[in-house]
Design a protein around this ligand. Structure first.
Ligand SMILES: [Zn+2]
Length: 202
């Protein structure tokens, strides 16, 4: 836990001090002298020789540079641990997606994909297209004709003629098998209409 110690300025208070701080100094004789500014502790103090940063919020205060550095290191370590945990969670989600998608019995090459409404799409639309609450459809990479059901490349199982001026899929449809294997991890199909049609092929 980082410890802040209150200070007060001694002598003339130049209003510019608010712009000049924070500055580094050192405790000497119980005081901190930085250029023409002097500060003393109002209560608990650091011992002489402690390197500190003097700053001002509602009042002047200082913190030992050692404490500050330690806190920064701890913060970085915690952030690193969070990133590692998120990477593991993401990998687990992707594996679960892949298992689910591989269990679907669609008699044509397909990939999971989401529909983007071009009229509401912004710059972030594509970047976060894979967000978890998106509806993932079964998007056909080749024609599928089973008598009752006729779909062409670019359709989803649930909708014919999806790709038009207003709608677009996120993933590229001319994919290699290797790319397609990756895309099966992208998102588990959760479009109810697509899943209902896929049920027929079991
Ligand atoms: Zn669908």
């Amino acid at each position: 836990m980082i410890e802040y110690k209150e200070l007060k300025q001694i002598g003339f208070i130049d209003p510019a001090v608010f712009r000049r701080l924070p500055l580094n100094g050192e405790v000497q004789d119980g005081k901190i002298q930085i250029g023409d500014m002097s500060f003393e502790f109002t209560g608990d103090r650091y011992k002489d020789g402690t390197a500190v940063e003097v700053a001002v919020a509602r009042q002047f205060y200082c913190v030992s540079l050692e404490d500050k550095q330690r806190e920064e290191t701890e913060r970085q370590q915690a952030a690193e641990a969070r990133r590692a945990a998120e990477a593991i969670a993401q990998k687990q989600r992707e594996e679960a997606n892949q298992i689910f998608n591989n269990g679907l019995n669609v008699p044509a090459r397909w990939q999971p994909d989401i529909k983007l409404n071009l009229s509401t799409m912004n710059d972030r639309g594509l970047a976060n297209g894979g967000k978890r609450n998106s509806v993932h459809h079964i998007f056909l990479l080749e024609d599928l004709n089973t008598g009752k059901l006729n779909r062409t490349t670019g359709d989803s199982l649930c909708t014919q003629g999806v790709e038009n001026a207003h709608w677009k899929y996120v993933l590229y449809k001319n994919v290699t098998d290797e790319e397609r294997a990756k895309q099966l991890r992208w998102g588990a199909v959760n479009c109810r209409a697509c899943l209902k049609i896929a049920e027929r092929f079991k």
